[in-house]
Design a protein around this ligand. Structure first.
Ligand code: UTP
Length: 475
């Protein structure tokens, strides 16, 4: 069996000029040979071949669209002329949630290299008092959603082949964080090999290909190939509430956002925040040749990034926070056999320890491999009626990307604490603050207890009395 697979791959790899992948075959024991063949099974060589020429051997040049304008957006707080529209949208969204038409979808297949945490990022402890992990906070939101709307959305979680099993183990060990196991569906995303600059697939070890997840854009394909999309259709789910695993403030299921998405017959909707500064490292929502598009911060010319409107506000101000609602029918359309839309590939040059042709381990000091990924926001231009809804950053966005500094666990915990304090103050509590303006007590509101300020108003019988240093945890 192994001999046959080996022979087949010898021919196949010759054809694709990747025979070096079997160079150490004679040195490998049976277990390692099987592992190598299994890794080879993961590669779609036909898909890789044209990409090697265009993205690996050559460095693609980003072509700025000819016409770049700021997009039309929905404001976070509606003006008088939009007030009724927002009220209706909230009701429409709530009705869709109640009717079981909305699913939560978390992409958790990333490698989390910047955070440097040894395990799936969703298991990272983040809440300021209880040290609840990211997965727990999202599960509590779904329980809070059930309490408020009488229906608990099904939760789809995209893992990667590298963290799939351990993610499932974490959920099982924690009793699915209070959810029913049959309501949480895990599926791994696809992989892409890392390439050496000459187009050869890199070996991580003599018997292991250097494989990595194919980007969050791979979630669309993975939804289809895993059967998750069929599962959604069978259950009458029509809208997918997409968010990334690293943002503990995210509103996993937001009736207003879902309602606007439904009311405008949008196929893919997005949330934006006002950029923190002109050059903030977030994607920029733009109208590119009349199509809503996200232009990465590195691709937006600095001159445009600094442009101001007559009133002094930033012209390209809508930063993407990677929160979307997608119509299931749209994902079906994009992933159907023979679909004409293919998300574009993005090249990233990375440092990776590899085994060279002589079998020596090489640990680089400079980027030595090319990784290719697709991004979810590239699905926006082909979507019909895509919309952008602004949302207040302090309420919904504080990602855990880095081990320290900005967008780290420290900033996310601080933002969770500040948000809890604001909610309590709006309910009439006096929150003691220290000289830095931070709450002077450990404070946490579980999303199972309250999903937002309105929810907290309804849930609190009387505003609790808060004393410096005395913890308050609402669960
Ligand atoms: P990032 O772009 O922050 O990447 O992912 P990352 O892999 O988590 O972290 P770094 O860059 O290695 O430090 C944003 C979100 O998209 C998911 C991540 O899990 C995170 O929720 N993601 C990213 C995937 O699910 N699959 C991927 O292939 C890439």
């Amino acid at each position: 069996m192994i001999a046959k697979r080996h022979k087949d791959y010898q021919e196949k790899l010759d054809h694709y000029q990747q025979s070096h992948l079997l160079a150490f075959w004679d040195e490998l024991d049976k277990k390692r040979r099987t592992q190598l063949l299994d890794d080879l099974d993961q590669v779609d060589f036909d898909r890789c071949q044209p990409l090697i020429d265009t993205f690996v051997r050559k460095r693609p040049v980003f072509k700025l669209p000819e016409r770049l304008e700021p997009p039309v957006t929905f404001p976070a707080t509606p003006g008088p002329e939009q007030y009724d529209r927002y009220q209706i949208a909230k009701e429409v969204g709530a009705a869709a949630i109640r009717a079981g038409k909305v699913a939560a979808f978390t992409v958790a297949g990333g490698q989390g290299t910047r955070l440097g945490y040894d395990g799936p990022k969703g298991a990272f402890d983040i809440s300021p008092v209880r040290s609840a992990c990211l997965f727990q906070l999202f599960a509590e939101q779904l329980r809070g959603t059930e309490r408020r709307y009488g229906h608990r959305p099904r939760w789809y979680i995209m893992t990667s082949p590298a963290n799939h099993e351990v993610t499932q183990e974490i959920f099982a060990r924690n009793n699915y964080f209070g959810l029913a196991d049959e309501d949480v569906i895990f599926f791994p995303q696809g992989q892409m090999p890392a390439f050496l600059p000459d187009g050869k697939i890199a070996l991580a070890q003599k018997y292991r290909l250097a494989l990595g997840p194919d980007g969050h854009g791979g979630s669309l394909r993975a939804l289809a190939t895993s059967g998750a999309l069929d599962d959604m259709c069978e259950r009458g789910i029509e809208h997918i509430s997409y968010f990334q695993v690293d943002n503990p403030l995210v509103r996993a299921i937001d009736p207003l956002f879902i309602g606007l998405h439904i009311e405008t017959e949008s196929e893919m909707s997005s949330k934006a925040v006002t950029k923190a500064d002109d050059l903030e490292r977030v994607g920029n929502f733009c109208l590119a040749d009349d199509k809503l598009t996200v232009i990465e911060y590195s691709d937006l010319p600095e001159k445009l990034a600094h442009e101001k409107n007559a009133d002094g506000t930033r012209r390209f101000d809508a930063g993407s926070i990677a929160v979307h609602v997608l119509a299931c029918s749209f994902v079906e359309r994009l992933t159907a056999a023979g679909a004409t839309v293919q998300l574009p590939w993005h090249r990233a040059d990375k440092k990776l320890t590899v085994v060279d042709a002589a079998g020596n381990v090489q640990t680089p000091t400079e980027p030595n491999v090319v990784k290719l990924e697709t991004f979810i926001f590239d699905a926006i231009p082909p979507a019909k009626n895509p919309l952008v809804l602004y949302t207040p950053r302090q309420e919904e966005f504080s990602p855990v990307k880095n081990a320290e500094g900005i967008d780290s666990a420290v900033t996310a915990r601080r933002d969770l604490l500040l948000r809890a304090a604001r909610w309590l103050e709006s309910c009439g509590c006096e929150v003691p603050r220290n000289t830095d303006g931070l709450p002077d007590l450990p404070l946490e509101i579980s999303p199972a207890f309250a999903l937002d300020i309105d929810d907290l108003h309804e849930r609190l019988v009387a505003p609790p009395e808060l004393k410096p240093g005395q913890a308050l945890v609402l669960t």
